[in-house]
Design a protein around this ligand. Structure first.
Ligand SMILES: NC(=O)c1ccc[n+]([C@@H]2O[C@H](COP(=O)([O-])OP(=O)(O)OC[C@H]3O[C@@H](n4cnc5c(N)ncnc54)[C@H](OP(=O)(O)O)[C@@H]3O)[C@@H](O)[C@H]2O)c1
Length: 277
């Protein structure tokens, strides 16, 4: 049986991706930062799929220690990983820092997944055809990488911070594909479109929920939003396709900045130093 790992599996597209992959015959490791929210989603996914092929594991992508502990625990349970879905994401109106003092968008959305993926490469290579799918966004077009002020110590703005992290997701996808050229592992990125989820909703105060309610009729459902992610994770049509960015199951153009190989390499080296690889 194939194994897939989904980060941020308790909410929005992470949960619908989990359910779809189980329905398609995968064992899914649901990686959630909050054990209580994770348990609720795990029970719901089991009910909706009528399957026991779901493992719940805890990991906070805003903590290097938590990611390293998680990877160790994962390796004790699983010797191969067929699909890694880097789906978790934050949008924060306020400038926040992770445990390691990284600005939260770049820290969680990019650096957390950067470390996680690198720690799981041996297990991905052990699969018949390993696939890494990183959920980026069209918002990468607003993003710029600034190595002099990566964490917005000056002029924080949520759109620019989120955009930077989603640009980093694509640069990472491409640099990873290059490193995996001679292996059986592919690396692709996705733009899911505008999707009605819990993105941007403050988990403590629930601030932002009202905005989602108003916009819901205009947005795609999480199932529609997750379709391209599931396609890249499972379809024989994209076996061997790597280093690409997809929207609506088709390859899509990225911004000039996201296509910059030099920048992708610089960001890779910078990220290695930050997470201690
Ligand atoms: N919704 C859209 O319109 C849209 C558009 C383009 C791209 N995207 C991307 O799609 C992906 C999924 O987002 P979504 O819309 O489904 O949002 P969502 O419903 O808010 O789900 C985000 C998930 O990420 C998890 N997460 C946040 N911080 C984490 C951390 N430090 N460690 C581990 N997990 C963490 C959340 O856990 P908690 O529930 O515990 O907070 C939640 O499970 C994100 O990468 C987002 O950037 C979304």
């Amino acid at each position: 049986m194939k194994t897939a790992l989904v980060t941020g599996a308790n909410s929005g597209m992470g949960l619908t991706t989990t359910i779809e992959l189980v329905k398609q015959g995968y064992h899914v490791v649901m990686v959630c930062r909050n054990t209580r929210r994770g348990k609720v989603a795990w029970i719901s996914a089991k009910e909706q799929t009528r399957s026991e092929e779901l493992t719940l594991m805890q990991c906070d992508l805003g903590s290097i220690e938590s990611i390293r502990n998680f990877a160790e625990e994962f390796k004790k349970k699983f010797s191969k990983l067929d699909v890694l879905i880097n789906n978790a994401g934050v949008v924060s109106l306020k400038r926040r820092l992770t445990d390691d003092r990284f600005e939260s968008h770049l820290g969680v959305n990019h650096l957390g997944h950067f470390l996680l993926t690198n720690l799981l490469l041996d297990e991905l290579k052990a699969a018949e055809q390993g696939r890494v799918v990183t959920v980026s966004s069209g918002a990468h077009k607003w993003g710029k990488i600034d190595f002099d002020d990566p964490y917005f110590e000056k002029g924080y703005n949520v759109a620019r911070a989120y955009g930077r992290s989603k640009l980093a997701n694509i640069l990472f996808t491409k640099a990873l594909a290059k490193r995996l050229e001679d292996t059986n592992v592919t690396s692709n990125a996705v733009h899911p479109g505008a999707v009605s989820t819990n993105i941007g909703v403050d988990r403590k105060t629930e601030f932002g929920k009202g905005v989602h309610k108003v916009l819901k009729p205009f947005f795609q459902s999480p199932e529609e939003g997750a379709a391209t992610t599931v396609y890249l994770a499972t379809s024989p049509e994209v076996e061997g396709v790597t280093g690409k960015y997809f929207y609506k199951m088709k390859e899509f153009a990225v911004s000039e900045e996201a296509d910059n190989e030099w920048l992708a390499e610089e960001l890779w080296g910078w990220s290695e130093e930050r997470v201690g690889l």
